[in-house]
Design a protein around this ligand. Structure first.
Ligand code: NDP
Length: 292
């Protein structure tokens, strides 16, 4: 079998074009543009790239972005004071504090300081708590997990009753993906570093979401024929043949798993671009909720 390729790049471009159209209408009607504030603390190179990508995507969609940088040694108080200032700024509809924060800063406290009305990353404890509870609606769903579910729903008419395995239980990917799948009425198994006989558990999956951060860990014989495989992993591996000396691979061995799976996301070009599309969607939603 050769899997259908789930093209996250194309889907994200479609979503971003729809957002731009909506923002264009807002602007044509003389309404204020949605605004996203990014907060980058320290010098983490990957974080700098992510923030730049997010700002560029905002500009392309007509969303205003406000970039804030604090030094590596910024105090907890300084970070929280900035968040407080942005909470009060009516031009700002979304606040994105780029994670991870430098060691010594209390991430939970910082996320807690963001007004839940501006929590476009969806990591505020109240938003996550609502995600975990039946009958409660989070104001915003975390972007990468939302992108995963969006791509799955494009592939499968319903996730109800589907056997889903989530490989990874992090706060930012694995756990929220699992919670979202439960909300979709899937039967969910969460695997992690202490899972016994991982391979045979994964092989039960009709839907597999891999978010472990281990290059090409999931092999063809781990995957049930016909399964839908969403690969969240982004791992740098050496590739001397490439000009830049490395390449990006997922947590799934794409070449072999794509011979077994029914559908699969590539890396890059799968989940990655969906994260930014969902961030823009959340920012637009926040602006609308604020009456813009
Ligand atoms: P974390 O390191 O926070 O979590 C990894 C999870 O995988 C943990 O739950 C860990 O288990 C589990 N795990 C690690 N090794 C194994 C193993 N050998 N067997 C079974 N389980 C294992 O990673 P993240 O969730 O933050 O990220 C996962 C991947 O997704 C990374 O490659 C990251 O780059 C990528 N990513 C992509 C994004 C995007 O597309 N936009 C956004 C965010 C992340 P335990 O809990 O027991 O330690």
């Amino acid at each position: 079998m050769t899997a259908k390729i789930i093209d996250g790049k194309a889907t994200s471009e479609r979503i971003r074009a729809e957002i731009k159209q909506e923002v264009d209408v807002m602007l044509a009607e003389g309404r204020q543009a949605p605004g996203l504030a990014t907060v980058l603390v320290g010098e983490n190179a990957a974080s700098q790239v992510y923030v730049r990508m997010k700002q560029k995507a905002c500009a392309e969609a007509g969303i205003e972005s406000f970039g804030y940088r604090l030094p590596e040694d910024a105090s907890q108080q300084e970070v929280e004071a900035l968040v407080g200032k942005l909470n009060a700024d009516s031009k700002v509809d979304g606040i994105l504090v780029q994670l991870p924060l430098p060691a010594g800063l209390d991430e939970e406290k910082v996320l807690n300081a963001i007004s839940i009305e501006k929590d476009v990353d969806g990591f505020h404890p109240v938003n996550i708590g609502r995600l975990a509870q039946k009958g409660r609606e989070p104001l915003f769903i975390p972007c990468t997990p939302h992108g995963v579910i969006f791509l799955l729903k494009e592939m499968l008419p319903t996730l109800e009753g589907v056997n889903a395995v989530v490989l990874g239980r992090s706060n930012i990917v694995g756990m929220p993906v699992a919670l979202l799948l439960v909300r979709e009425n899937a039967t969910v198994t969460i695997c992690h570093s202490r899972t016994k006989d991982l391979q045979s558990v994964v092989r039960q999956a009709d839907v597999l979401v891999a978010a472990v951060g281990r290059p090409e860990m999931v092999r063809a014989d781990w995957v049930k024929p016909g399964a839908v495989v969403i690969d969240v992993g982004i791992n740098r591996v050496e590739a001397p043949e490439r000009k830049r000396g490395y390449k990006l691979v997922g947590d799934v061995a794409f070449d072999e798993v794509s011979q077994v799976a029914g559908a699969i996301t590539p890396v890059p070009g799968g989940v990655g671009p969906m994260t930014i599309a969902m961030l823009l969607r959340n920012t637009l939603r926040s602006a609308k909720l604020a009456g813009k």
